[in-house]
Design a protein. Sequence first.
Length: 276
Amino acid sequence: MPAGLQRCAPYPAFPDANCTGVPTGITPVKYTGPCTIKTDGTVIEAKLVTCALSIQAKQVMIKNSRIDGTVGTPNGTEQYSFTIMDSEVHAPRATGTESQGVGDANFTMIRVEVTGGNRSVYCRKNCRVEDSWVHGQDIAQEPRIHASGIRQSQGSTILHNRIHCSVADTPSGGGCSANLTGYGDFEPVRDNRIEKNLFVATPAGACAYGGSSGDDGTKPYGNQALGIVFVDNIFQRGRTGKCGFYFPITDFDSSRPGNKWVNNKWDDGVALPPAN
C-alpha cells in the first residue's frame, strides 16, 4: 500500500493497529508551529507534536501525525472545528488533572489511535468518530480518577470503532467507568448514533452507558435523554460473560423519545437486549 493510504476492513472486522495511527511509510517530523491554532484552515501534516493542541479556529486539518499531548476545542465552545485522521494521540497520564485525548465539539476523527489519559475521546457537541481505536488509558494510582473510552453527549456519530477502557482499578477507588459513557451532568444526552462498534470486554462496571444515568434526579439532565440509537454493535463477553463487571449496557431507557436498540449482539452471535 502506498505511503499515507490506509483503510480499515469493513464490519464485521474492526479497526486495530493495522489501519489506525500514522500510516506505514510516513515518519513525522518535529512540529514547530503554535500549540494554540487560531488560523482557519490550518493543516498539520506528518508532524510530531509534543504539546496540547488547542483548536481555536475553523476547518483545521491534522493528518498523518503523532501527538504526544492532547487535541481539542476549548470546553463549552462551539465556534471552532477540526478533523484529525490517520494519526496517533498519546495523552499524558491523568493525575489530579483530567487528561483527555480528543474533544470536545465540531470534530471528525477517522482512523485514529488514542491512548493515555483518563478519557480517550469526549464527543460533547457534534462529532464523528469512525474507524478508530481507543484503548490504553493511563491514570495515577491516587487520587481517585475515573476513566472511559468515549464519552457521548450531543450530536455524536460513533461508527465502526474498537472501543476499550482498559485500565485496572486503583487502590484509591479509581478505574474504568465504561468503554462508552454518557451522563446528564451538563446537558441532556441526545441525538447520538452508535453503530457497528466493538465493545471490548473491560474491567469497568459496564461496557456502555445509554444516556439516562441519574434519571432518578441525581443528575440535573438525567431524565431527558433522547434520540440515542445503538445498532449492529458487538459486545465481547470476556471473563465475566457480561462484557463489563456487572453489565454490557446500563441506563438505556427504551421508552425515551427516539431511543432505539437494533440488532446488537454478543460476540458469539447471541442477541443482546437493552438494560435500563
